[in-house]
Design a protein around this ligand. Structure first.
Ligand code: AMP
Ligand code: MN
Ligand code: MN
Length: 334
């Protein structure tokens, strides 16, 4: 029988006991998984091993569901602090490449670095790498590391890890057959006191009614390709102004659109300040949207990928439409 869980390399647990200070770094435009992975591991290292920890993330902390975590993260590390911290080492979580760490990477140069990740695209970096692309979330790997080190997460750690797993799996909607290991791990988080209801509320609750109007706008303007095989929509800065920053609820948008019969891919292009656009791409079947994201200089997973690029929102949307049409054509004539 195949192993229930990925095994944890010895170099990973050795790394996490060898140093006195750990700088935990998560990715730009953070999501629940990266922040929860940093916090879950950091809380554990501090509690169980007496390590001194600091958390880094350059933000922006735009996603509503992570705003309560933002204050624990610093954007940069100043050299005087680094010089005073005893025996520091770095753990980078949920980052597919060094560029995803952002400007704080410059402050961490020269320190021993462990990378814990689950992305399919990207370039290897760091002194020790633990990248498992079969893992549904980096938080799942963090839980397995804690358990490999002979401990059970506390209720607080279990809650944060469940939140991270829930956010990366779309509250388990994207998990498939062969997810028994993940659910067994989640069961142990529940035994430790984590609440599925609380994780759901953190992910999906707390919006204003305006957020539902924004969803309606984005659905109303959606461009439908190939009889509904792909749907592309976009959000402008004036939408953000009209409905409020906290109104974005991309996960619910994907859920509503993936309910449409025959849809295989969804694209959401968001106009950002400074002439940039962010793209979020989702796939429900065999089409690999990380390959589409690569065309725009981004990356991610087969079924969830993204990018940030300079350009006007209409132009980027048209390019995404073209790339989606090509991907659909390729998948019908492989
Ligand atoms: P998002 O659509 O922003 O939720 O991102 C979906 C996935 O794509 C996440 O796993 C991200 O790590 C990845 N991703 C998003 N933006 C980028 C980027 N600029 N470069 C590489 N990967 C990205
Ligand atoms: Mn992430
Ligand atoms: Mn992740």
């Amino acid at each position: 029988m195949a192993a229930l869980h990925p095994s944890i390399p010895r170099e990973v647990t050795d790394f996490l006991t060898a140093h006195k200070t750990y700088y935990l770094a998560a990715h730009l435009e953070p999501d629940g998984d990266c922040l929860a992975a940093a916090l879950g591991l950091g809380m554990f290292l501090n509690r169980a091993h007496g390590k001194f920890v600091r958390y880094f993330d350059a933000g922006p902390f735009d996603r509503r569901e992570i705003q309560h975590l933002a204050r624990q993260f610093e954007g940069r590390l100043d050299p005087a602090t680094r010089a005073e911290d005893p025996d520091p080492a770095v753990v980078v979580v949920d980052c597919s490449g060094p560029d995803r760490v952002g400007p704080v990477a410059e402050d961490l140069v020269g320190l021993p670095t462990l990378v814990i990740d689950h992305h399919a695209t990207g370039e290897p970096f760091g002194d020790v790498q633990f990248v498992d692309t079969s893992a549904a979330a980096t938080c799942y790997l963090i839980q397995l590391i804690i358990e490999e080190m002979g401990e059970t997460p506390t209720q607080e750690e279990a809650e944060i890890l469940l939140f991270g797993i829930a956010t990366d799996t779309g509250y388990f909607r994207h998990t498939e057959a062969r997810a028994a290991g993940l659910f067994a791990a989640v069961s142990r988080l529940l035994l430790a006191g984590a609440s599925p209801k609380l994780a759901h509320q953190q992910m999906f609750g707390g919006y204003k009614l305006a957020s539902r109007f924004l969803l309606a706008r984005l659905i109303n303007r959606a461009q439908v390709l190939e009889d509904g095989a792909a749907i592309v929509t976009w959000e402008t800065l004036s939408d953000v102004e009209e409905f409020g920053r906290g109104s974005r609820d991309s996960d619910t948008l994907y859920e509503l659109l993936f309910a449409v019969d025959g849809v295989r891919m969804i694209g959401l292009i968001r106009e950002e300040p400074d002439g940039k656009c962010a793209g979020s791409l989702r796939s429900i079947d065999t089409i690999d949207v990380s390959k589409v994201a690569l065309v725009f200089g981004g990356g991610g997973h087969r079924r969830a990928a993204g990018f940030t690029i300079s350009g006007q929102v209409d132009a980027i949307r048209d390019q995404v439409v073209d790339e989606f049409l090509s991907a659909l054509k390729r998948s019908s004539n492989p």
